[in-house]
Design a protein around this ligand. Structure first.
Ligand code: GCU
Length: 677
């Protein structure tokens, strides 16, 4: 527990004596008589979990006894009496879903598949971790998306692109012979929140991972993950046929190239029969792709999808594309390239779209592609690793950001056409759906660097399973599972978490500002002229500050990026009076003395926002300072010190941005703002 290694699977002994007795009475005899690797994993988790929480030994039996018991069986194997009692609920369990029911003297976990039993088991354990009663318990939960995957941006040399929690957890040099115990704990953590896949390698891919020596290593990982319902996926470098196949071209319409991919995919499936598929970054930021040969994304994706189809594999083709040749507005490029291709991708292709049209900024309006491709499954890509949000040094609870995006209304089929409905496929009746999260995991003892960054992994998993969950519920669950059920801790600390996203937006990029981090590493402020090698790598491209004002005009008088949204949404954003202030400078270039809703000028309002961000970090520090009794010493100190850095850097952001923007506004700072340090 000291280092936070257990994550939210921290099975503390149940504190309340009555609750403890209640749990012991009902749960210490477990009826499990099915046989599979997954069932073995369930047994092991229960031995540990119940063992620790109830401070007792669990006995596993194969017949349902007269006395109280916990029954874990697939629906088809329930005794007919029980099946009858639960008939209505059972009829609605689908796919990987599960039912937990207290009925008579039994608590039942049932599902169609073994993996559903596993998910149900974890959910019951989480229920107990929160000290909740078993009486009348009824949890029926079915995942709303099919593909729930982590994207590791991990390189084969164990560096992690945009990774801030140590080296990659994949010890390629020791695989397949050496299986790090972490692999299993990783699988447990993922399965406990319903994640069912992992892309092991960086989107900026090395072709090497597709060579036989690496396929064997990947197979060894797949074996550890299999009992936990987790499939492995790899990133496929488009030029691999040339780099490792000795071909002269990677042209997707070349028969030799197509054959090479078919053979390669067959070879992978021979070693990993349940391989998930490929994730591809093509023709983006210098990566090779079909456009190198004058072909389209469809040509490239379908070539790979055709190779995958006989095996049931999928292709996740990324829409994160932009090129230096289109200099008007980077935000428009993905939509322009992909929307005309709607309906042309094979059925096993999903197009994976980042939550916003630029790049994982502290805040972005939802990507206009959501809802705009009714014939193509679109996967959401969120980022857990905090590339633009203070790395794993700043405390930011990202489910707040995810929730804001998922709850945005695309208006593609009128009001209520939420992004969440695009992601779960219900808006246009998609056959397949999914959500991807760029992992924040590394070999740090606590996995994620910042102790609170674990909540972003947890929350991503919960939202991938159910994109309609609230960030507040997720924060509550995570705190209880990870630390304590004491409300004197939960209430104030949950508040820190729920405010943390707005806080970081305020001290980094308030009122719709974006991409003003220092170029390259993206840590800390750098709104001034930066990287000149490409215009859209230069922060001034995004804020466009001048003596007249600040902001990026994306309305019809500017880049007209708003035209990519449904009419209602475009109209709201276009009109400076209806555009939400949080997106003001994303869509409008406004004079420094423009009046905000508060009555302040834009200039004063900016300064006040920056200051408020700083102030809220201070409040968080104060709140945390009295939390020592509730967490262990080490974690208390870790968070305390990190908040100290965050406070200093929030001031740095405020001062750097306001001093720089002042060279254009030529106005004094607002009274509410502290004098720069
Ligand atoms: C960002 C990030 C890159 C990453 C890219 C991507 O631009 O800075 O490191 O490769 O996103 O998502 O492909």
């Amino acid at each position: 527990a000291q280092g936070g290694y257990e994550l939210w699977l921290n099975y503390r002994k149940t504190e309340n004596p009555e609750t403890l007795e209640h749990y012991r009475t009902h749960l210490l005899s477990v009826v499990m008589d099915e046989n599979s690797e997954t069932v073995d994993a369930i047994r092991e988790e229960l031995s540990t979990g119940l063992g620790l929480m109830l401070d007792s030994t669990v006995s596993f039996i194969s017949e349902i006894p007269e006395k109280n018991s916990l029954v874990i069986r697939k629906t088809e194997n329930l005794p007919s009496g029980l099946r009858n009692t639960l008939k209505k609920d059972i009829a609605t369990i689908e796919n990987d879903g599960f039912l937990i029911r207290a009925s008579g003297n039994t608590v039942i976990i049932t599902a169609r598949k073994d993996v559903g039993l596993l998910y149900g088991t974890f959910r019951l354990l989480h229920h107990l971790q929160q000290g909740l009663p078993l009486r009348n318990l009824r949890i029926l939960d079915i995942p709303k998306t099919d593909i729930r995957v982590l994207n590791h941006w991990d390189n084969l040399d164990r560096t992690v692109e945009r990774g801030y929690a140590g080296a990659s957890i994949w010890k390629w040099h020791r695989l397949p012979g050496y299986i790090d115990p972490r692999y299993k704990d990783y699988a447990r953590a993922n399965a406990s929140v319903g994640i069912n896949g992992t892309v092991l390698t960086n989107v900026n891919a090395s072709a090497l991972v597709l060579t036989p020596a690496y396929i064997e290593k990947v197979a060894a990982l797949a074996e550890v993950f299999r009992p936990y319902g987790i499939k492995v996926y790899l990133t496929a470098r488009f030029s691999a046929p040339m780099e490792i196949g000795g071909l002269q071209t990677a042209d997707p319409l070349d028969p030799g190239v197509r054959q090479w991919w078919r053979d390669k995919v067959d070879e992978i499936y021979k070693t990993i029969p349940d391989f998930g598929g490929f994730l591809v970054k093509a023709n983006s930021e210098g990566q090779p792709g079909p456009q190198n040969y004058g072909r389209s994304h469809v040509d490239g994706a379908n070539m790979m999808a055709e190779a995958m189809a006989p095996h049931g594999g999928i292709v996740m083709w990324r829409a994160f594309v932009y090129s230096e040749h289109d200099t008007t507005d980077r935000a428009k490029q993905a939509y322009n390239e992909f929307v005309p291709l709607d309906g042309k991708f094979m059925e096993n292709v999903l197009v994976q779209v980042k939550n916003g049209a630029i790049d994982f900024q502290p805040r972005e309006p939802f990507h206009p592609m959501f809802g705009a491709m009714p014939h193509t499954p679109l996967m959401m890509e969120f980022q857990m690793t905090q590339e633009y949000l203070g790395f794993s040094t700043h405390l930011v609870f990202l489910p707040k950001l995810y929730e804001e995006v998922l709850q945005s209304d695309t208006y593609r089929h009128g009001k209520g056409s939420l992004v969440a409905r695009v992601v779960d496929g219900t808006l246009d009746n998609k056959k397949i759906s999914g959500m991807a999260g760029v992992a924040n995991i590394g070999s740090d003892i606590n996995w994620t660097g910042h102790p609170f960054a674990q909540a972003n992994w947890y929350g991503f998993g919960r939202l991938a399973w159910d994109p309609y969950l609230s960030a507040s519920q997720i924060a509550d669950e995570w705190l209880r599972l990870t630390f304590t059920n004491d409300n004197n801790f939960i209430k104030p600390v949950k508040n820190i978490m729920l405010e943390s996203h707005e806080t970081v937006v305020d001290y980094m990029t308030p009122l719709g500002l974006h991409h003003i981090m220092d170029t390259g590493h993206h840590y800390g402020p750098g709104p001034w002229v930066g990287n000149l090698s490409r215009p859209e790598w230069n922060p001034v491209y995004y804020h466009k500050a001048d003596t007249a004002g600040i902001g990026f005009d994306r309305t019809p008088s500017g880049s007209n990026a708003t035209a990519q949204y449904a009419g209602e949404v475009a109209a709201t954003f276009n009109n400076v009076k209806t555009c939400p202030e949080k997106f003001l400078l994303w869509f409008h270039h406004l004079p420094w003395d423009y009046k905000l809703q508060s009555g302040n000028t834009l200039w004063d309002g900016l300064g006040i926002r920056y200051q408020e961000g700083v102030n809220r970090v201070r409040e968080a520090q104060k709140t945390w300072a009295v939390m020592e009794p509730y967490v262990n010493k080490q974690q208390f100190e870790e968070v305390r010190m990190l908040l100290g850095i965050q406070h200093e850097e929030a001031q740095w952001w405020r001062d750097a941005c306001m001093l720089y923007f002042q060279t254009f506004s030529k106005q004094p700072f607002p009274e509410e703002m502290e004098t720069p340090l």
